[in-house]
Design a protein around this ligand. Structure first.
Ligand SMILES: [Zn+2]
Length: 132
């Protein structure tokens, strides 16, 4: 008795070793490599859905303007205080107004930021504008 410490380690330094820190950094890097692409993909999908919602609102406002006998030439003609849309809609991708009104009555409004991977466009409505 007496020569060895009882129940306590002889090692008294506290903190992490280099290997422990490297393992922690490696784990964080692996998690980030999985999370960041998913975050970016969901972010783009969310922006696309918000843009599609804007396109739907633009389309409704455009139809209301036509019912009122007006022929708006641009999104600015139907948006603003006292008009069909209270503010000019902005595409969430660029934060600018990139919308165009339909070219014909059977078309939908479009966004210039639309891509094949993340299309900013309303679904086709087969019942509208068909030549019967
Ligand atoms: Zn858009």
């Amino acid at each position: 008795m007496g020569k060895f410490a009882t129940g306590t380690s002889a090692r008294t330094k506290t903190g992490f070793t280099l290997v422990e820190v490297m393992i922690a950094v490696l784990i964080v890097a692996v998690l980030a490599s999985v999370a960041v692409p998913n975050y970016l993909r969901y972010r783009k999908a969310t922006q696309m859905n918000a843009c599609i919602s804007n396109l739907s609102n633009i389309h409704i406002a455009y139809e209301q303007a036509k019912l009122a006998g007006r022929h708006p030439a641009s999104v600015e003609d139907i948006s603003g205080p006292g008009k069909y849309l209270s503010v000019v809609p902005l595409c969430p991708v660029t934060g600018t107004n990139t919308y165009s009104l339909p070219a014909t009555d059977s078309d939908n409004p479009t966004c210039a930021n639309s891509t094949d991977d993340y299309p900013h466009r309303l679904p086709e409505n087969p019942g509208r504008g068909s030549a019967n």
